[in-house]
Structure formats: structure tokens, C-alpha cells
Design a protein around this ligand. Structure first.
Ligand SMILES: *[C@@H]1O[C@H](CO)[C@@H](O)[C@H](O)[C@H]1NC(C)=O
Ligand SMILES: *[C@@H]1O[C@H](CO)[C@@H](O)[C@H](O)[C@H]1NC(C)=O
Ligand SMILES: *[C@@H]1O[C@H](CO)[C@@H](O)[C@H](O)[C@H]1NC(C)=O
Ligand SMILES: *[C@@H]1O[C@H](CO)[C@@H](O)[C@H](O)[C@H]1NC(C)=O
Length: 153
């Protein structure tokens, strides 16, 4: 499986976003998204990611194995901050922020020097699929439980 740099930048947030949408359907979000509050909070995630990337040798910035942990932490941070401003995640504003961070660090990564080979595809696929499967299972469980209570009532 070959993933291009740009598709990767949306892939992980997209998968997490699908999870979020699924759960948001269960827990309805009542408050309106405060975009200015979110935009105030997102740079905290950027700063954190920046600090982490500084610890990684800039020659290794294109090595997925080196930054996937921090990247995952970074996307989780943007999700947390978006949610704390009552915003759905991902949303266009948060996405453009994430893309900006991407341009800053991965703009020089070409497919030639991005080492998608490690971790192997199977690990990558597993990393992506496990949350999806778990989410589906959780949604099914909730639906099943609510049907059960319908029967019991
Ligand atoms: C949105 O957040 C800002 C703080 O950044 C706050 O001043 C404002 O009152 C909030 N707006 C709403 C509608 O809650
Ligand atoms: C990428 O980083 C990992 C972990 O530090 C390392 O084992 C691997 O050799 C690196 N790959 C390349 C091509 O530099
Ligand atoms: C992820 O971020 C939290 C703080 O936001 C930090 O405590 C934790 O150590 C980070 N984990 C990794 C793997 O960097
Ligand atoms: C990308 O390359 C340009 C020109 O070589 C350099 O100025 C810039 O700092 C590099 N950016 C990153 C994120 O490595």
C-alpha cells in the first residue's frame, strides 16, 4: 500500500473524525461551536508538536516511525481542543491548521525519502483499522442495548 504524503495528512484525521461522528451521533452535541475559542486553543497543540519535533533530528522528519507517536498525539490534541470549544472534529478550520503544521514539517518529504516501508503496511493497516472496528462495535453495542431496553420496557 502506497500512501501519498498529502493523502496521509488527511487519512489519520479522517479516520478519527469518522469515529467522532459516529460517537457524536450517540452523544448529541448541544452547544454551538465557538470557532474563536478553538482557534485560540489549537496553537497549544502546534507548540507541543513543535517541541516534540525539535527533539527529532530534522533529517529524520520524513521517517514515519520517528514521528507517528507525536503526530497521533498532535491530532488527539486538536480533537480535544476542538471538542472543548464544542466543535465537531475534524472541521475545516482545524483541518487547515493541521495542514499548516504539515506544510511546516513535511513539505520537503518526497515519496522517495518518506520511508513508508517501516512500519510495514500490515502494522499501518492494523493501526488504522482497530479504532474503526472498535467504534463500529461500540455503536452496534449502544444500538443493541437501546433496542434491548425497548423490548424490556
Ligand atoms: C467564545 O470564546 C471566547 C473566548 O475566546 C469568548 O470570549 C466568547 O464569549 C465565546 N462565545 C460564545 C458564544 O460562547
Ligand atoms: C526510521 O526510524 C526508525 C526508528 O528510529 C529506525 O529504526 C529506522 O531505521 C529509520 N529508517 C530510516 C530509513 O532512516
Ligand atoms: C502526549 O501528550 C501528553 C500531553 O498532552 C503527554 O503527557 C504525553 O507524554 C504525550 N505522549 C507522547 C507519546 O508523546
Ligand atoms: C525545506 O527546504 C527548504 C529549502 O531547502 C528549507 O529552507 C526549509 O527549511 C526546509 N523545510 C523543512 C521543514 O525542512
Amino acid at each position: 500500500m502506497k500512501i501519498s504524503n498529502s493523502s496521509f495528512s488527511f487519512f489519520v484525521p479522517l479516520v478519527n473524525g469518522l469515529m467522532r461522528l459516529g460517537l457524536a451521533g450517540v452523544h448529541q452535541q448541544i452547544n454551538l461551536c465557538n470557532e474563536s475559542l478553538m482557534l485560540e486553543k489549537l496553537p497549544v497543540c502546534g507548540k507541543f508538536f513543535e517541541g516534540m519535533m525539535k527533539k527529532v533530528d530534522s533529517k529524520k522528519w520524513c521517517n514515519l516511525t520517528e514521528f507517528i507517536m507525536y503526530y497521533n498525539n498532535f491530532t488527539q490534541c486538536t480533537e480535544r481542543e476542538a471538542n472543548s470549544a464544542s466543535c465537531f472534529w475534524p472541521n475545516p478550520l482545524a483541518e487547515s491548521f493541521i495542514t499548516g503544521i504539515h506544510k511546516q514539517y513535511f513539505s520537503n518529504c518526497t515519496l522517495d525519502n518518506v520511508h513508508w516501508e517501516d512500519p510495514p503496511d500490515e502494522i499501518l493497516i492494523t493501526l488504522i483499522l482497530i479504532p474503526v472496528i472498535l467504534t463500529c462495535a461500540m455503536i452496534m453495542l449502544v444500538v443493541w442495548c437501546s433496542k434491548r431496553s425497548d423490548i424490556l420496557v
